[in-house]
Design a protein around this ligand. Structure first.
Ligand code: SF4
Ligand code: SF4
Ligand code: FES
Length: 251
């Protein structure tokens, strides 16, 4: 027999008090078996004013992040079969709400841009290259688990360190991207990238709470990426103190 589920959904419009609105819909009242399909059905069959972001419907665009029964996730990747009879949905936490389940991601992307998430090849590499920047297979393998991020913000909006310092702490998604370019052997700005984290907040505000790992719908591990950056910074400082020692000893 088809399951009738209750959806308690956060509603908010500028100038009005937020509230939870309850909808009921049976799983067989629409096609598809994901939470996003249920939300689409509620919107088309019951309440066209219900607002949420979506695009690909396949876990690729990262636009339908929301807080589902207390845990951030993508509606399009959340099977209804794994949901209880009552599903409570809030916008992703720690972000200003624009309307209903739609949050303002400006600050999230500001932090992301701060790590310069693009390749900055060295002059040597540019002068030696014809058209392509060739990379060995083993060097390319180092980027696995780092490049697949879809910028859904599920991790960053689940991170208490980010909630408290959204302007200062880069957050797990931005730091995962930073790690991706720090480890890229074609990049010529590794040291500059690492030195940009020499303050109390951008990187070191991570307290290893691991919420980011728990919620990532792509199975990525921003917490590990953060520890890799920390390790690289120790290596950089070690190199610096070695060269200081050799300078002091006249070497
Ligand atoms: S491990 Fe760090 S980045 Fe991830 S949720 Fe915890 S504090 Fe935030
Ligand atoms: S690391 Fe995972 S949770 Fe964070 S933005 Fe990327 S895909 Fe989303
Ligand atoms: S709609 Fe694109 S990731 Fe869910």
């Amino acid at each position: 027999m088809s399951q009738v589920r209750k959806y308690r959904i956060y509603r908010y419009q500028t100038g009005r008090q937020p509230f939870l609105q309850t909808y009921k819909i049976a799983d067989d009242a629409f096609t598809g078996n994901m939470l996003l399909d249920a939300l689409e059905a509620i919107k088309s069959q019951q309440d066209p004013s219900l607002s949420f972001r979506r695009s690909c419907g396949a876990g690729v665009c990262g636009s339908d992040g929301m807080n589902i029964n207390g845990r951030n996730g993508l509606a399009c990747m959340t099977p209804l079969a794994q949901m209880p009879r009552v599903v409570t949905i809030y916008p992703m936490p720690g972000m200003p709400v624009i309307r209903d389940l739609i949050v303002d991601l400006k600050q999230f992307f500001n932090q992301y841009k701060k790590v310069k998430p693009w390749l900055q090849p060295s002059k040597k590499l540019i002068s030696e290259s014809d058209r392509e920047f060739i990379q060995s297979k083993s060097d390319r393998d180092k980027l696995d688990g780092l490049y697949e991020c879809i910028l859904c913000a599920c991790c960053t909006t689940a991170c208490p360190s980010y909630w408290w310092n959204p302007q200062k702490f880069i957050g797990p998604a931005g730091l995962l991207a930073a790690c991706r370019f720090i480890l890229d052997t074609r990049d010529g700005k590794k040291e500059e990238r690492l030195r940009s984290f020499e303050d109390l907040y951008k990187l070191y505000r991570c307290r290893g709470i691991m919420n980011c790992v728990e919620v990532c719908p792509k199975g990525l591990n921003p917490s590990h990426a953060i520890s890799v950056i920390r390790r690289e910074m120790i290596g950089l400082h070690h190199q610096g103190s070695m060269s200081d020692q050799s300078t002091n000893s006249g070497g």
